[in-house]
Write a protein that binds this ligand. Structure first.
Ligand SMILES: [Zn+2]
Ligand SMILES: [Zn+2]
Length: 240
């Protein structure tokens, strides 16, 4: 089986201070790799490297296409606590065309919990969230079956994050278990680069290798084409 992914649903520009590419540089690489759509999902406050909150208002002034590739302006939200509350505030979440919600250690007040199932169940209830970001991080284990089932029922996607294979290398085993459970329970996923440099835009090779290895069904991957991904977002009420 060979899966083709035309959408990168999670990328950073140098507006997140620990990333390096301008929008133009990222989109040029996306065009070279023949992607159809890229989501710009910079960190939000209070993440230490996030841009000012105004970024998430003015980003709407960016064009819909750069270098011929569709650009969606979103954010990578921070999960704040065990209730699944996230930043930024509703006003800025409403602006975002796509919302990835991730646990980042500097922003997560309940990181000492032994089990983070409750946290993810709270996040899933948030109507603005589309994608549960890099949840395979072994520092925050959760009951995979319970969370995948809830995500499926609420129309959320679980992200298989390629960047985890390099910076959170102990995530690999969890990513596989999560993907296997998504396959078993028919929960949608997205496969993302989480690129922090232009050269990594569209780089999903490690995640894809795992998905092909477990014979993951292509119909459950929501970002194979721009059309499918936009349909997925529209079903959750995004006006795109
Ligand atoms: Zn992240
Ligand atoms: Zn990220």
């Amino acid at each position: 089986m060979s899966i083709t992914i035309k959408v990168d649903a999670h990328t950073h520009t140098c507006c997140s201070a620990h990333a390096f590419g301008t929008i133009w540089e990222n989109m040029r690489v996306a065009a070279e790799k023949r992607l159809e759509l890229v989501c710009m999902t910079n960190h939000t406050p209070p993440m230490p490297d996030s841009p000012h909150i105004w970024h998430f208002t003015t980003m709407l002034e960016l064009p819909d296409y750069v270098e011929g590739v569709r650009l969606l302006k979103g954010c990578e939200s921070n999960v704040l606590n065990r209730r699944g509350e996230i930043s930024p505030d509703i006003e800025h979440l409403e602006n975002a065309q796509v919302v990835v919600a991730s646990i980042h250690q500097p922003c997560y007040n309940d990181r000492a919990l032994a089990d983070h199932t409750e946290t993810w169940l709270g996040v899933i209830e948030n109507p603005y969230v589309n994608i549960l970001g890099h949840s395979g991080d072994p520092r925050c284990p959760y009951d995979i079956e319970t969370v995948v089932r809830a995500a499926r029922d609420k129309g959320k996607c679980i992200e298989i994050n390629n960047h985890s294979y390099s910076v959170r290398s102990k995530s690999a085993e969890n990513c596989r278990r999560i993907a296997e459970k998504c396959k078993e329970l028919s929960c949608g996923i997205v496969v993302s680069s989480d690129a922090h440099t232009p050269w990594d835009v569209g780089n999903i090779s490690s995640a894809l290798e795992m998905l092909e290895d477990i014979d993951f069904p292509e119909e459950l991957i929501m970002n194979t084409t721009a059309e499918k991904f936009i349909d997925f977002l529209r079903r959750s009420g995004k006006k795109i």
